[in-house]
Structures are given as structure tokens and as C-alpha cells.
Unconditional design. Sequence first.
Length: 438
Amino acid sequence: MRFTSLFVAGKQACLCLIVYGKERNVDMDIKITPQKLTGKVSIPSSKSITHRALICAALAKGNSVLNGISFSDDINATVSALEQLGAKFEIDTNKITVHGITQLPKTAEIDCLESGSTLRFLIPIAAALGVNSTFIGKGRLPERPITSYIRELSKKGIIFNYNNTMPFAINGRLQSGIFHIEGDVSSQFITGLLFALPILEGDSKIILTSPLESKPYVDMTIDCLKNFGIEINEIENVYLVKGNQKYLPQNLTIEGDYSQAAFFFVANAIGNNVQIDNLFQKSLQGDKKIIEILNEIGYNNNNGLDCFSINATDIPDLVPILAVLGCFCNGTSKIYGAGRLKIKESDRLIAISSVLNTIGGKVTPTDDGLIIKPITEFSGGITNSFGDHRIVMSLAIAATRSTKPIIIQNADAVNKSYPSFFEDYINLGGIADVINME
């Protein structure tokens, strides 16, 4: 059991309670009183890399040790899913020893919670292992499409019992061959196949039928696979995957998450003073681009922040906090190439524009992005999180530039990726009061 608590306004409040392999919901509203953030924060481990390392370690014959792990609902979902497929885990604080799969179950029930990565990574893996599996989930996850898998895996020995929602089941054993996958729906489909295809008997190809969006995520997958002894060859729009490869156990330390660090980078750009620790400068994470963006718009000069026009195709997770940033630039900013955000934990284009406008912003959603007009300060108010962890954290950063408090409903959504966010926020001098907990 992992328990994180914090002291808020003189009383102890439970921020998150995560039980290994399970989840407990804690509905919580938080009142943020405007206050500058100052101090040092150690960024949690990259959620994207952690998912990938756990999967590779589970598919390796032998024991792997992963250090520096930060737990969250999404990571717990992947651990639990891999347990269902036969892997075993020993957890010691932030270290996980992974005992690779040696004996396969005949069936598995895989609870993905709200994790799109868990769902889309594990479907082809379960199929490649020949484990008849039922997938369940909650929130908006049952609405997120798996069309590419249904079309391509059905040609290669997998039978789907699927009615456009969850739960659904797959049966059969995946066969090698050629897989035609759209690159502009989700890079998670390519990653899932890259995990699964190397353990099949024959060679395979993944052919992209449209330009690949979020390519840095696939690059991270290939890098992780390489660490565990798996070779992938990329030629233009084709990934070549040899069959009969063996995952090799490894000992790794997981680097910090630039997606989470982005909230504090933007906090600094709009007037806070946070020292950000636990980041790898040579990281392949696409969201490392936040540093480049801030440099391009004039962060660290005395002339304010220039407005920006950003293609978010490869950095969709940065859009909510970039919307906050845009509110304090010198002119109208634009974000485009973010149409896929409509099928995230919330419709993020609608959600972030709605919450920022509620507290005094001037944000207009478009078909594939946002138009953000500058303001002087936010004006405070009560706003819903839409159950989206990145919306919650964006609002908390926005509150540092508000004239009045901001109340975030269902702020416990941070448990999905960064359960200790408010603990870190308060340690930096932020004022966050739990005002409702059921």
C-alpha cells in the first residue's frame, strides 16, 4: 500500500490512497489561494517510460530492477495488467523488481482504469501471448477507439468480441505479417505492436498509412526496446520487426517526466521561482520541447513573453499548460494540430478553454487547437476539472496569477499521473485547502 498525505490549513487531508493493484476513489475539491511558488521540486519519473520499462521487463525471462519509479493510477493499472498475464512484482518504495513471465494463464481480466496506454499497449501483447483476455476500464476510456487493432489483428488470428465499449474480449493467438496502421490516430497503436511483434515466430512490418503524430513516443518505445535487447528497424514510413527475438532483463533508473515538469517550467515563466530537479537533459521525451518553446518566446528577458503559434502534433500533453502560458503573452497565441485531444480523459480543447474562461481567461477552441488572447491576471472562481489530471495541474499553476482564489472540483484527478502534485505544490509555498472530501 502506498499512502500520500499532506497538511492543509492546519488539518491532515488525504490526497491519495493507492492500493497496489487496486484503486480507491477520493472525490476532493481544492481551494487554491493565490501565492507564488518558490523552492525545489523533484519531478516524478516519466510515466511514459515507466509503462514501457515495466512491459519490457515483464516480457523478459529473468529478473529486472527498475529504480526511481513514481506510482500513479496509470502505472498501477499497467502493473496489475502484467500480473494478470503472469509477471510478478516486488515493490520496495520507489524500486520494483520484475519477475518476467514464465507461465501464461489461459485467461486474464485486464482492468485498465482510465489508462489509454495500458489498454493499447496490452491488447497486442495479450494477443501475441495467446491469452484470451477481457479488458475493462472506466471514465472516457471505453469511448476511446481501438479500430486499428480490430481491423488489423482480426486478419492475424484474433477474434474480438467488441460492441464499441468496455468490457470487451479478445481470443486467439496473434500471427506475424504486415500491419497497416494510421499514424494520425494514436502512436500508442504502433507502440503496442512494437512490443508484441518481436516475440512472434515470423517477421513483421508495420506500415504507416498516414503521417505519424507524436513520433517522440514511438522513439521512446524503440529506445526502451533496445535497452531490453530488441531490435527494430525504421525505414521511412515502415517499421521492420524480426520475429523470435528475446527480451533480456535489465536494471534501469527511470528518468523524470518532462510532461509533469512543464507545469513548473510554465509557473516560472509567469512569475514563480521553482528549481526543477530529476530531469535528463538528453531525454528523448517529446515534451522536453517546453524548454525550447519558452526560450523562443523570450523567457528570461525583461520584455515579457512573445505570443506563439505552436503545432502540438508531437506534444499533445503540453496543450493545457501552454494555454495558461498563452494567457500571459504579449499578443494572441495559437495552438494547432491538437485535434486528437478531443478523445483524451476529457475533450481537452473544450475543457481547458472552459475552465480558463471561467476564471477570467480569453480562450477560444477551434477544430484542432486554441486561440488565446492575453490577460493581466485571472480573476478566480469555481471550476470543474472535467476529471482530467492535466486540467487540474494547469489550474493550480494558473492560480499563482489570480487575484482571487480558484476552487478546483474533483482535484483528485491528479492521482492518474502525479498523486503527490499538491504535496509538492504546498512544499513550494502554494496554499491548497481541501474543502470537500467524500
